[in-house]
Design a protein around this ligand. Structure first.
Ligand code: IMP
Ligand code: MG
Length: 182
């Protein structure tokens, strides 16, 4: 799989060191608060597992599954929720976890949807945030790394459902993306 990468952006040790810092900040911010973490599947699975094990607070975990990409590298803009019922978050503080903030469509739609469930607060935590003008403005409260506007895979992030199990994050070779677009 490593041959499919143009270059490695973040090695596993770098990611885990950053997670230590993020977890410390989050643990401080949510002390004495009723926290519900909502992880967005499938991209945030590995990030979520490593981050939450570093947060020694009582918390609830729920997952939401959405589809917005349909196998391409550009967002379609349309966000489809795969489940009908939302978690019970009345009087709870929500922390949404996602792998990457790109166009903003996905997180904006999830945020809007969760607001209808009347939580006490909603914050957003992403492992990666692309430096770009977004179609929808989303303010991420916790960001692991800011990256350039390139297509990345690994550590949960996929291209056509592949590469999620790479333990590090890298930029996918552009010829692989154009090949599959043909
Ligand atoms: P957005 O709605 O454009 O912000 O896209 C968010 C979703 O698109 C993420 O949760 C990812 O699943 C996917 N995505 C966006 N950029 C990348 C990337 O560079 N690599 C892999 N997946 C990506
Ligand atoms: Mg994806």
């Amino acid at each position: 799989m490593q041959d499919d990468l143009e270059r490695i952006l973040f090695h596993e040790t770098t990611i885990l060191r950053r997670l230590d810092e993020m977890a410390a900040t989050i643990s401080r911010d949510y002390r004495q608060r009723d926290l519900t973490v909502i992880a967005i599947l499938n991209g945030s699975l590995i990030f979520m597992a490593d981050l939450l094990r570093r947060i020694p607070l009582p918390l609830k975990l729920d997952c939401l599954s959405v589809a917005s990409y349909h196998g391409k590298t550009q967002t379609s803009g349309e966000v489809v929720f795969k489940q009908v019922a939302l978690p019970d978050v009345v009087d709870r503080h929500i922390l949404i976890l996602d792998d990457i903030l790109d166009s903003g469509h996905t997180l904006a739609a999830i945020r809007d949807k969760l607001e209808t469930a009347n939580p006490k607060s909603i914050r957003v935590c992403v492992l990666l945030s692309k430096k770009k003008v977004r179609s929808r403005e989303v303010n991420a409260d916790y960001i692991g790394f800011d990256i350039e506007d390139e297509f990345v895979v690994g550590y949960g992030l996929d291209f056509m459902e592949q590469y999620r199990n790479l333990p590090y994050i890298g930029v996918l070779r552009k010829d692989l993306i154009t090949q599959s677009a043909q």
